[in-house]
Design a protein around this ligand. Sequence first.
Ligand code: NAD
Ligand code: WQD
Length: 333
Amino acid sequence: MTHRILLTGGAGFIGSHTYLALVEAGYAVTILDNFENAMRDVPDRLQAITGKPVPVITADIRNAAQMQDALGQGFDGVVHFAALKSVGDGENNPLGYYQSNCAGLMNVVQAMEHHGVKNIVFSSSAAVYGATDQMPITEDTPLEPISVYARTKVFGEDLLSAYAKANPDFHVGILRYFNPVGAHASGLIGEDPSQPPSNLMPVIARVANGQMEALQVFGDDYPTVDGTGVRDYIHVEDLARGHVLSLDALFKNQQGHLVNLGTGQGHSVLEMVAAYGKVSGREIPYNILPRRPGDPAVSFADVARAKEVLGFAAQHDLSTMCASNWAFSSKEK
Ligand code: NAD
Ligand code: WQD
């Protein structure tokens, strides 16, 4: 039986790659997006890759009536990506972040309840762990969300866990992503936000292709290999496959799960600069700035539970992450 899946935020960076992975795995997938942080031509690009029409519902998760209409179209599951995700913006716009990430999610769950949709995969984040110094980070590491953004993700996890507890036939997969980077092997889709980027790799890409003069490195006095921050970067195609495995598990096991999705390896900012410079053949000028408030020195995942529960292990290395991003970012758009 073909399962029908609604991808909220499916035109965004992780959603668009997950669309392709799910279609390839045999799911019937519909994208729902309001395109506030996605390019309008993403569905056309996805169609160019799959050779098949891409079903799209243009709607806003903050609009309860639109969510009722969308979920009424007949789905077996939802993957909920739609959210605002900039840690810095969240501090300046808490109301907007709670509206999109919390009230929006509540509209989706309410519409799922109304239409009897019983499975959801939720995009959570390593941000929920805050600046813990317990490495690697396991799923049992205490949650210490520092930012508004991180607290909206803890809210989402809490709501879905409580709802599933109260409704045992409702199944939730909570995926805590570490640092997703890279792009699809076709070079046709990648990280292409309509808003200015704040994450490291899209900024490096803009420096490499001349759109920005230099990377600002936030701190070189951390207790790390070269003093710069260390993160667990994971290829977005690996992450997309994690969603296929998560949905497969929900449908097969009829029970929920909560897992980290990372590689288990850490890389510093300067290692990223070197790796990206090597694959792009471009110099990446950078300046050292003070630390960015709230940034942990080091963050990388314990990946044992993802392996055990989902059979998930990341396959792509840092060089492939950088090369695929460069193939996408250096293209004329
Ligand atoms: P993205 O901004 O590229 O994608 C989010 C999509 O949701 C966009 O297409 C945007 O237009 C859409 N959207 C936003 N608000 C909406 C609304 N009100 N109604 C309908 N659509 C809306 O972000 P992404 O990197 O693909 O992230 C996807 C999810 O993963 C988010 O929930 C994010 O918080 C989470 N996450 C991302 C990262 C990361 O570093 N990229 C890390 C951990 C978790
Ligand atoms: C990585 C490293 C920076 C930009 C954030 C969110 C997290 C998740 C992923 C959503 C750090 C350094 C960065 C720059 C720099 N997103 N850096 N100059 O902070 O690990 O995680 O994105 O859920 O929730 O917090 O990712 O890519 O911003 O930073 O030196 O211009 O690069 O200090 O060490 P981060 P990032």
